[in-house]
Design a protein around this ligand. Sequence first.
Ligand code: NDP
Length: 340
Amino acid sequence: DWVLLTGASGFVAGHILNELLEAGYKVKCTVRDSQKFDTIRNLRPLYRNALDYAIVPDVASEGAFNEAVQGVKAVVHTASPFIMVDNADMKKTLLEPAIEGTLSMLRSISQHGPGVKRVVITSSFASIVDLSKGLRPGHTYSEKDWNPVTYEEALHSTNGSFAYCSSKALAEKATWSYVREHKPHFSLKTICPPMVYGPIEPHMRLDSLNTSTADIYRLINGSEKKVPETQFYAWVDVRDVATAHVRALGAPAKPHTEEDRYFVTAGNYTYADICQVISKRFPHLVNSGMTPNPAGVPAAPPHYSVNNSKSVSELGLSYRSLETCMVDTVHSLLKLEAAS
Ligand code: NDP
């Protein structure tokens, strides 16, 4: 059976692609140009015949997915900008591609994808967290929580992190409204990961890493002199996120009235915890000043907790540890550095 994977050139999508292929699916990848597909396919020589592609230069344009959705049984939609730039044109850079990109994909399936039975969308903890409540000590975030941001607040924000979170929340809300209103022929599930870390593919470039990996690279390349303040206090390994998407494809459908979201997180963490792992497993990076020394860093301020029990009970997920994740992430970055 063919599955459509949007944004296949991305960090998270690369891991989803591997899991889909290993699970026996054939995958049609959407990419912005054919060179990106060639790179994806060359990295997976065993699966040449299980890969196809469709060019989608801009997800936000109406009808962008009309051709791509034909002939597939399921869609995994990851394509959405993850950029946090202050004072940007938030409508063009974030809100339109996130919201319109998702809605245009759903409309294309409704009109041109009669064979699609299941859609899985990569949403985010960004659509769960209520930023107006700060670190919210005592609160435990789960799928039941929603970021209450409005479109107007997002549009007029100059803060890149706030606008990114808004784009994800508004896109996911628009998705569930679409499903409630149109009762389409497919069922929907959303995956909500917090900060996603893990090994990167060898074709990635150190000067254009995806946002979450760039955060880790700054912790090992001498850019950060002190352990930086943690932005979001929850994380997950990219391989567990990939497993969640693939299991969500096969999980039983729920009624359209139920917002079937999965908060996919390994738990709380801080950047100091990451530096601790690096100092234990790669001590030369701390000794040479490439990684900030975590010794003596004050404890994190009280902050929210997270609850991943739905993902464990319904998708059977078990989560990798921060140490495993960071060792693999740092190894992959050092390997890329040595090769470049
Ligand atoms: P990447 O930047 O690596 O991947 C984003 C993908 O989306 C790329 O394939 C990119 O194409 C594509 N894309 C972005 N905008 C457009 C557009 N306008 N038209 C067509 N394609 C577009 O980021 P991640 O892998 O980190 O993110 C993937 C998904 O996961 C996103 O939905 C993100 O919000 C979500 N997520 C990520 C988290 C993380 O920590 N990484 C945390 C929570 C959610 P191209 O390569 O050509 O630019």
